[in-house]
Design a protein around this ligand. Structure first.
Ligand code: GDP
Ligand code: MG
Length: 380
């Protein structure tokens, strides 16, 4: 039998069309990312990842080349191919969404031993001042930022299973605040009736307009410990002195010992200037009282597909760093006060990476609060 000989151009066409078919099949079947063709390039210390988009583009381009060049000579294929390769490379540098740093810019030990170590420190914690039986942490921020979810997440990490300490609102519209009652949430510690020496208050969300959301004066009262647990916020007017929930003689144990501002990473730019200004005002009042402050950036999974895929990339994702810089600029806080977190909101079982990421800010918040209490008593 006579052997079949292909001309070089034909060979290229066969390769080209096979590549197109494989790429389109990969795309069509939506295989998990790790099974897909990935192109990686190193440029100025940044690693570029290309996903479905590039696979799709190259498949289309190869198909186009094949159809167009059926009647052309081989050298034309080579030329088109090099043009395609240059275009491909340039395109890579424009896909900023998937840019990743080679090394994490904030080191994290993602091990079970580190998690246990942080948990152990929290279990062994004792407030430095005997008169203060527990540290009060106040969370504030726009509605739907993930404040209640963060309290639930901390509880979930400490208990080791799904919890609902501060009910999170899952209504889609998010036009009103779900948390109206002022209440410090205590977190159970092993045996019945025993609690961790710290508690969280998740106040009604900050909303634009003076007649909605919690009144700024009420937040200042909370900071000073003048509002008792159980008070229902009135957005129109702040608490009156004669109110039974008004504490006219607050002591150090009633005050807020750490203020936590919560911002959602996925839509920081959409938060109105009015709400940001309210948050800045609260922060200023807290600063005047020397209360330590921390910023939590929630919804990191929604903001960055890389992080949604693998939480370990939280400090290598350029997108997350950019979002943190946006928080820094909006609120005027240094980067070392900002912690990105992914709350437990749909999972019902604990995840090591998520636990470590939640324990990092919590350990610092508790340490800052404890040293604030200590400073208030022992300085002077
Ligand atoms: N994807 C994602 N959703 C979150 C996260 N944190 C909270 N959520 C969801 O966002 C919505 C609002 O959260 P919530 O805690 O009630 O916000 P709050 O108004 O600040 O207390 C809820 O549906 C949560 O399930 C997060 O880190 N990632
Ligand atoms: Mg809430």
């Amino acid at each position: 039998m006579r052997p079949v000989h292909c001309r070089p151009g034909e060979k290229y066409q066969i390769c080209s069309v096979s590549f197109s078919i494989i790429s389109l099949v990969l795309l069509w079947t939506k295989l998990p990312l790790q099974h897909q063709v990935r192109f990686k390039e190193n440029l100025y210390g940044l690693r570029f990842h290309t996903f479905n988009f590039i696979t799709f583009l190259s498949a289309l381009y190869q198909l186009f080349l094949f159809l167009k060049s059926i009647k052309l000579y081989f050298f034309l294929h080579i030329k088109c191919c090099s043009i395609f390769w240059c275009a491909h490379k340039n395109l890579l540098s424009f896909i900023v969404m998937f840019i990743e740093f080679d090394e994490p810019w904030r080191p994290v030990t993602w091990s079970g031993a580190n998690k246990e170590d942080m948990l152990q420190k929290l279990r062994a914690l004792q407030v430095s001042v005997p008169d203060v039986n527990r540290l009060n942490i106040l969370l504030h921020g726009p509605i739907g930022a993930g404040k209640s979810s963060f309290i639930n997440s901390v509880n979930t990490v400490l208990q080791g299973h799904n919890t609902t300490a501060a009910l999170a609102d899952s209504s889609a519209g998010k036009s009103y605040s779900f948390t109206v009652k002022f209440k410090y949430h205590r977190l159970k510690k092993g045996a019945p009736g025993i609690f961790y020496p710290f508690s969280f208050a998740d106040i009604m969300g900050l909303e634009p307009g003076s007649s909605s959301g919690v009144h700024i004066e009420d937040i200042v009262h909370v900071l000073n410990g003048r509002i008792k647990s159980g008070y229902v916020f009135n957005p129109v007017s702040p608490i009156a002195e004669g109110n039974p929930s008004y504490n006219s003689e607050p002591s150090l144990k009633d005050r807020v010992h750490c203020l936590v501002s919560v911002l959602p990473a996925d839509n920081i730019s959409l938060i109105s200037n009015e709400v940001i200004q309210k948050m800045k005002d609260v922060r200023e009042k807290a600063r005047n009282l020397d209360i330590p402050q921390v910023v939590l950036m929630s919804m990191v999974d929604k903001a960055c597909p890389l992080v949604n895929d693998d939480l370990k990339k939280i400090y290598t994702s350029k997108k997350i760093k950019d979002k943190m810089k946006e928080c820094r600029d909006k609120l005027g806080v240094p980067m070392n006060c900002i912690y990105p977190v992914r709350n437990y909101h749909e999972q019902v079982t604990n995840d090591l990476l998520q636990d470590v990421l939640i324990l990092m800010p919590i350990s610092d918040i508790i340490r800052f609060a404890n040293s604030y209490v200590e400073d208030q008593v022992y300085t002077e």
